[in-house]
Design a binder for this molecule. Structure first.
Ligand code: SF4
Length: 238
């Protein structure tokens, strides 16, 4: 199957109604069924996002939708391993990697807002380097898929499989919402899916290097993200 090239343009009200109905209808559906619905419904107005922690979702979607757009936010603060994973994904999986960058480089941001904004105001740093770029990147899509899962953290425990992203006016799809880490690991092993090498180096959750540390035995998987701060999310999934 390939993406429909002339997906119908829908108004905001229609998209919201679609999202709410699908959220109910697809709660028990498999990840592959959810992806199929998204591809059939939105055609080329559907994109996947990936942090390049692993490429399970990108791989899963690409099996049904070869050439699907996969949006990767290059914040300027990624570990080399993450950039390497993105490069490798673009040549080993049938996807169209869409790398999105903030309006300012890190050097430009340092010059205008001072160095190490991530220490002084991580909310603003994430807004400038993740949230705003994603909103710009999603302009030409009606629906976007994310790999977030309910088991990742208490803040993600109620993630719907399909929901209305009112802030962006998009349908938000989380095909893996009901998966566990074991489900991801099994999919990765069964399909030879590319993963970020940092996952095997003490980083079960991979973000920007200034805001990510290794976790200790028994710690929550996301304990290494913005460690020592009240912040637990970058703001994309609020
Ligand atoms: S995770 Fe840290 S470095 Fe990355 S955008 Fe957010 S505050 Fe900035």
């Amino acid at each position: 199957m390939t993406l429909a090239t002339t997906a119908p343009r829908r108004c905001r009200d229609d998209l919201e109604a679609l999202a709410r109905q699908a959220g109910r209808d697809l709660e028990e559906a498999s990840a592959a069924e959810i992806v199929r619905w998204a591809a059939d419904t939105f055609g080329d107005r559907f994109a996947v996002t990936s942090s390049m922690q692993d490429t399970a979702l990108a791989h899963l979607v690409s099996q049904q939708v070869p050439g699907v757009d996969v949006v990767f936010l290059d914040t300027g603060y990624h570990f080399p391993e993450t950039l390497g994973t993105a490069d490798a994904a673009s040549v080993t999986i049938p996807i169209n990697l869409v790398t999105v960058r903030p309006r300012q480089t890190v050097a430009e941001q340092d010059a205008t807002l001072g160095p190490e904004l991530y220490r002084r105001n991580p909310e603003l740093c994430c807004q400038l380097r993740k949230v705003a770029p994603l909103e710009r990147a999603l302009t030409n899509y009606d629906a976007w898929a994310t790999g977030i899962r309910r088991d990742e953290s208490p803040t993600r425990a109620n993630t719907p499989v399909v929901s209305w992203d009112a802030r962006r006016g998009k349908v938000k799809i989380a095909p893996l919402a009901r998966w566990s880490q074991d489900d991801v690991d099994r999919y990765v092993a069964d399909n030879g899916v590319l993963t970020n090498p940092l996952l095997d180096d003490g980083y079960p959750s991979v973000g920007c290097w200034p805001c990510t540390r290794r976790v200790a035995e028994g710690e929550d998987a996301r304990a290494g993200r913005w460690a020592g701060r009240a912040k637990t999310e970058c703001g994309i999934h609020r």
